[in-house]
Design a protein around this ligand. Structure first.
Ligand SMILES: Nc1ncnc2c1ncn2[C@@H]1O[C@H](COP(=O)(O)OP(=O)(O)OP(=O)(O)O)[C@@H](O)[C@H]1O
Ligand SMILES: [Mg+2]
Length: 226
């Protein structure tokens, strides 16, 4: 589904060059459950952002179903991000003034889905993540775990093929974090492709495929049967 071919990301800060990713080759199949681990600064977020078309490689190519995304214009890229990818981050990035329901409806509004349909789907998604009784709460009226559930429901709004999660449990206690991971695993069973960046080896070990990055390189990529 997604292929990275010899991807490099180099940041130039004045005369200093930071090689954030080097020579990355990666194939992501539909239905994969992948964890990305590695020390701080090893390039995990950079890699996820490139896979998610939030950032472009300095060198190399990213293919979505054989389409080279570097050939796409900003409008086409926005469409891929909006319709094929769901993002979940450590800081939930919910809109403070909107309720849980409105936050989940928002991506569908961008896509042009009509109000009734937006509301219906948002309700279903919030029900799925166990928040049916908190739909009118604003983010500051929700716990961290609940906010992350809203963020997951929002990521699913436009029914993406793939969910990219950067340290989704980083701001949560162990128990709440594990509840969030279980939601991702349910989604994976339903056919969604899941990529999770994590510092937590317990979480990383749950994924069938595990990528370890060091200094911008993939130092190990293993597949396990569960
Ligand atoms: N916009 C930027 N400009 C310059 N250097 C950057 C930029 N973004 C990231 N880097 C550098 O690229 C490298 C990889 O960063 P990245 O954020 O991908 O690491 P990470 O593995 O996600 O780390 P962490 O676990 O701390 O989140 C680091 O050395 C970082 O300093
Ligand atoms: Mg990071």
């Amino acid at each position: 589904m997604i292929v990275l071919k010899d991807v490099w990301k180099i940041y130039e800060l004045g005369k200093i060059k930071v090689i954030a990713l080097r020579n990355i080759h990666l194939k992501i199949n539909r239905g994969d459950y992948i964890s990305i681990m590695g020390p701080s600064g090893s390039g995990k977020s950079t890699l996820l952002n490139i896979i998610g078309c939030l950032d472009k490689p300095t060198k190399g190519d990213v293919f979505y179903d054989n389409i080279n995304v570097s050939r796409l214009n900003e409008k086409e890229l926005t469409r891929i991000r909006r319709e094929r990818i769901g993002f979940v981050f450590q800081q939930f990035y919910l809109i403070p003034r909107l309720t849980a329901l409105e936050n989940v409806m928002l991506p569908m509004w961008f896509k042009g889905v009509e109000f009734k349909e937006r509301r219906k789907r948002a309700l279903e998604l919030l029900e799925m993540v166990g928040l049916r009784d908190k739909i009118h709460h604003r983010p500051n009226e929700l716990s961290g775990g609940e906010q992350q559930r809203v963020a997951i429901a929002r990521a699913l709004a436009n029914d993406p093929d793939i969910i990219l999660a950067d340290e989704p449990t980083g701001n949560l206690d162990t128990k709440t974090g594990m509840e969030i991971i279980k939601i991702f695993e349910e989604l994976n069973k339903m056919g969604k492709t899941i990529l999770i960046v994590t510092h937590n080896p317990e979480i990383g070990k749950r994924a069938r495929r595990r990528i370890y990055l060091k200094d911008g390189k993939i130092v190990s990529y293993s597949t396990f049967t569960t």
